[in-house]
Design a protein around this ligand. Structure first.
Ligand SMILES: Cc1cc2nc3c(=O)[nH]c(=O)nc-3n(C[C@H](O)[C@H](O)[C@H](O)COP(=O)(O)OP(=O)(O)OC[C@H]3O[C@@H](n4cnc5c(N)ncnc54)[C@H](O)[C@@H]3O)c2cc1C
Length: 506
């Protein structure tokens, strides 16, 4: 083998998988066909769960310190409703102990990619650029990958994180069910005047609409915006260039003379294509990110979903390479992330319909949107939607479904007061800091589970904390996989075996 894992595609998904694999101590090659990082402007919104993920790897504070990334306002189908980014589970257990969730942030994808690439380079992983995968073959022991320039590489596993037009997916001949795009809309990076104090979404009585989101600043510190717009007659073929005149016309249709275009930096047309692969795993080959699902970037869920795929897959592949993955662990990647992807596609398709973005003015759609806007005033509905789109309400199926409300959910952060972790300074710390090792964490507040957990001590760190709450077992990706009573070590052992493999002694 030339390497343990070959990751094809160095977008946000591929770089996150690579980071997880490095953390697990796995030999990794990250290859991309581009000679340099893409400067194409795409994502602008980073969701709560992704920010938590970065925090769980020590990557959030340095990112936020490096740029001006304001807290954004989320939306559903362009409806002007402030979605809570901090959904809680119901009933709320021990809430006093937990820190609030991270709010949605406006971080341009180009900044995030540059940051992740720098972080990987600091750990010695340089992206192999000019490496275009053109063929792959897999056998019992590994995968052989051929690149366009004739180079070949053999790895134990391959991750296809090569985007919406994935070569890996085509080579696997995987089904890509869904539907093609039927409409386009404009997404442009612009400088605007007259937007101060404006809400995010606007619609004119005759069906023209515009969404305006913060997108960081340009080289001279001036605010950039992402402008999305559509309406009657505005769905043009993708290859028709977007012009300044078109943007000015669209702004006028919605805002009159109030909002003016100062500069057009970049623009493209995007479609409402909606597809998801039938299987995220094909033997030793895995699909992640846009390679596995494509849809409109409504509500900032594409890059965020890809990063969550990567975070889910990384530790499992690491466990397989390191030899401790229990049966079914690699398959759980498909089970967990395919379901999560389906929920994203579903809400995006519903949003596309409710937005009536072609401005067709169908009175039934208008009536549905109005009913929906009323529903969205209800706190429970807001909480449901907020959890869905921020990624914090994803609940993975867990073998023991009877227990705690957090079971299967991403754990919120909390202060850990009492550490029992080798090589860490003793003293106050946060749970998310403990997760930075990339290992599992057992919160054992009554200090009663040391003996039960000892045979997994090479894979799971045990710790106590000051708040009185049930003991929780947390996977390396931050999901609660056991919640029980301190006097029930048997169920803990069975959860440890299920997620962390056979006990190996003390
Ligand atoms: C206008 C717009 C706005 C968006 N806004 C948001 C948002 O606010 N929030 C959000 O979450 N998402 C958003 N998205 C979606 C987001 O950009 C994508 O979901 C994200 O880029 C997917 O990341 P990825 O790493 O899976 O794929 P990509 O970013 O596409 O990366 C794939 C990489 O694979 C490489 N590659 C391709 N083929 C090969 C090959 N054969 N061999 C080697 N390398 C290969 C490519 O060069 C590329 O670097 C937006 C998209 C658009 C277009």
């Amino acid at each position: 083998m030339d390497t343990d894992v070959l990751v094809v595609g160095a977008g946000p998904t591929g770089m996150t998988v690579a980071n997880e694999l490095l953390l697990a101590g796995v030999r990794t090659v990250l290859a991309d066909r581009l000679p340099e990082r893409s400067a194409l402007s795409r994502a602008g919104g980073v969701q709560s769960r992704t920010l938590e993920t970065l925090d769980q790897r020590g990557l959030l504070d340095p990112l936020l310190a490096a740029g001006d990334y304001p807290v954004g306002t989320s939306h559903f189908a362009g409806l002007p409703l402030p979605l809570p980014t901090a959904p809680r589970v119901d009933p709320e257990p021990d809430t006093a102990a937990f820190r609030p969730r991270q709010p949605w942030r406006s971080v341009p994808q180009v900044d995030l990619e540059a940051y992740l690439e720098e972080h990987l380079a600091a750990q010695g992983l340089r992206i192999r650029r000019d490496h275009e995968l053109v063929a792959l073959r897999q056998d019992e022991d590994g995968v052989t990958a051929d690149f366009a320039d004739g180079r070949t590489l053999r790895a134990r596993y391959l991750v296809g994180a090569d985007g919406g037009h994935s070569t890996v997916r085509s080579l696997l001949k995987d089904e890509f069910p869904g539907r093609p795009g039927t409409l386009t809309t404009v997404a442009a990076d612009v400088r605007l005047s007259g937007v101060e104090g404006l809400a995010t979404h606007h619609r004119s009585p005759d069906g023209h609409w515009a969404g305006i989101f913060p997108l960081g600043t340009d080289g001279q510190g001036r605010p950039l915006r992402r402008l999305a717009m559509g309406g009657p007659g505005r769905s043009l073929p993708r290859d028709v260039p977007v012009t300044e005149a078109e943007l000015r016309d669209g702004l006028r249709a919605v805002f009159g003379e109030r909002v003016q275009l100062l500069e057009l930096c970049h623009a493209r047309r995007i479609t409402n294509v909606a597809r998801q692969v039938a299987s995220y795993r094909h033997g030793r080959v895995f699909l992640a990110g846009d390679a596995a699902h494509v849809h409109l970037p409504l509500g900032a869920q594409g890059m965020n979903g890809g990063i969550q795929d990567a975070f889910n897959l990384g530790w499992k592949l690491g466990a397989a390479v390191r030899g401790w993955a229990p049966d079914g662990l690699l398959d759980s990647y498909h089970t967990e992330r395919h379901r999560a992807g389906t929920l994203v596609l579903r809400n995006i398709q519903a949003q596309g319909l409710l937005m009536d973005w072609a401005g067709a003015g169908d009175p039934d759609v208008t009536a549905t949107r109005e009913v929906f806007a009323e529903l969205a005033e209800l706190p429970d509905v807001r909480r449901h939607l907020g959890g869905l789109m921020s990624g914090t309400a994803i609940r993975y199926p867990m073998p023991d479904t009877a227990a705690h409300p957090f079971l299967g959910l991403s754990v919120p952060d909390l202060d850990v007061l009492d550490l029992d972790v080798p090589d860490l300074d003793l003293g106050p710390a946060r749970l998310y800091e403990l997760l930075r090792s990339g290992r599992g964490v057992l919160l054992d507040p009554q200090d009663a589970l040391a003996e039960a957990a000892a045979p997994w001590a090479d894979r799971v760190d045990r710790t106590g904390w000051g708040a009185a709450t049930a003991p929780l077992l947390i996977r390396p990706d931050g999901y609660v996989c056991w919640a029980g009573a301190a006097d029930a070590p048997e169920t803990l052992r069975s959860a440890l075996t299920h997620w962390f493999g056979a006990p190996t002694g003390r």
